[in-house]
Design a binder for this molecule. Structure first.
Ligand SMILES: NC(=O)c1ccc[n+]([C@@H]2O[C@H](COP(=O)([O-])OP(=O)(O)OC[C@H]3O[C@@H](n4cnc5c(N)ncnc54)[C@H](O)[C@@H]3O)[C@@H](O)[C@H]2O)c1
Length: 351
């Protein structure tokens, strides 16, 4: 029986990856999340059933959940490599696929508002890669981010479609706050784990992943919810002319699994659509779905980050033949429909 490991499994990317693994494999999946942001599997797993072995929750028979800080969990395993077997009867030698999504992320408000908290990612990733080089799992996924790219290439006058080669480890540009620095450091550790310890590691740089079940602290679901509630005038952070490259979570998961199958040297690829969409365009799309055309009200005191961040997907298209399948219109429609359904449910409960 194979065992995979997913850290941060109750967060946005983690839970979507876990659901995919449950539907495409029959393997056991060990998941770790402290629920600092994520929500318990009972809230996102269909047909949820549960039993316990000590403090490990056994969910739907083969999802083995530890609700704890991933650093503590790794330390425990590091000090006592047979701990999972002795305490929980998990009798296997090595993890197969390890997906490391435990991180302090947050939207722009957290990245700019509490950069020292976000810097704790450096500690989480260092503990993770240290354990990886001792345990030697079969394959490892490290999610970096588009925030690792130099901010000088994302200004209103100099923005370009960002290619993988725009990060040059011999000549570093300034990434986006402590979040970007921690992602760059994580990528460097991924390369060291591959080159010095022979671990198979793939890394990805997702741009703006979005989806129906994303936390409302992120712009896409927040804007969708406000459009569903017919906000007018419609508030936007900054001028609204700043733009991002939005990519649906189902495509992100596809690309993550593709990267795992094809990359082993720790190098990173972009996950994006290759298209820049401004927040005003996004609001235009959602208000079109909602059937109204409000005045836009810029909130110039809000943090907005870089002006334009979007991917050049040539390397991924040409080397791996990978393209996202879900168009912006279709993906945003799904988010909008989910917002409308949530609003209707809330209204029903309050009457
Ligand atoms: N969502 C995106 O579009 C996107 C884009 C670029 C990069 N990424 C990267 O993908 C990864 C996952 O992002 P996400 O969007 O799912 O974020 P998220 O905040 O939704 O998920 C992170 C999860 O990790 C958990 N967590 C945090 N610290 C922990 C700790 N010390 N121990 C155990 N659990 C802990 C949280 O409770 C949460 O469930 C992150 O590394 C992020 O930087 C995501």
């Amino acid at each position: 029986m194979k065992y995979h490991l997913v850290s941060g499994a109750c967060g946005f990317v983690g839970r979507n990856l876990v659901k995919r693994l449950l539907s495409t494999t029959t393997d056991n999946i060990v998941i770790v999340d402290d629920l600092s942001v994520g929500t318990h599997p009972s809230t996102w797993l269909p047909d949820y059933t549960s039993s316990r072995v000590n403090d490990m929750e056994v969910i739907n028979g083969r999802l083995l959940y530890f609700e704890t800080d991933f650093r503590d969990w790794l330390n425990r395993l590091h000090k006592d490599p047979t701990w999972l077997k002795d305490s929980y009867g998990l009798d296997f030698d090595k993890f197969e696929d390890v997906f490391h999504f435990a991180a302090i992320v947050g939207g722009r408000a957290k990245i700019d508002g509490d950069p020292m908290m976000v810097a704790l990612d450096l500690a989480i990733d260092a503990e993770f890669f240290y354990w990886v080089t001792r345990h030697k799992p079969k394959r490892v996924m490290f999610p970096s981010s588009s925030a690792a790219y130099p901010v000088s290439k994302q200004t209103d006058t100099a923005a370009i479609a960002l290619s993988e080669t725009d990060i040059d480890f011999t000549q570093m540009g300034q990434p986006d706050m402590t979040y970007g620095w921690s992602k760059l450091t994580g990528e460097y550790l991924a390369q060291i784990a591959a080159q010095y310890y022979g671990i198979s590691v793939a890394s990805v740089r997702p741009f703006s992943g979005y989806g129906e079940d994303q936390d409302l602290s992120y712009p896409v679901p927040a804007i969708a919810a406000r459009a569903a509630g017919k906000e007018a005038p419609f508030e936007v952070w900054g001028s609204g002319h700043q733009g991002r490259d939005f990519v649906h979570i189902d495509d992100c998961i596809d690309c993550i699994l593709m990267a795992m199958d094809n990359i082993s040297d720790g190098s990173a690829i972009n996950i994006g659509s290759g298209k820049l969409t401004s927040f005003r365009e996004l609001i235009g799309l959602f208000t079109k779905f909602a059937g109204y055309n409000p005045e836009i009200k810029p909130l110039l005191d809000k943090p907005v980050g870089v002006h334009s961040r979007y991917a050049n997907m040539d390397h991924v298209n040409n080397t791996f033949g990978w393209y996202p399948k879900i168009s912006l219109e279709e993906g945003m429609r799904r988010v909008y429909d989910a917002s409308v359904a949530r609003l209707a449910e809330r209204n029903k409960q309050s009457t």
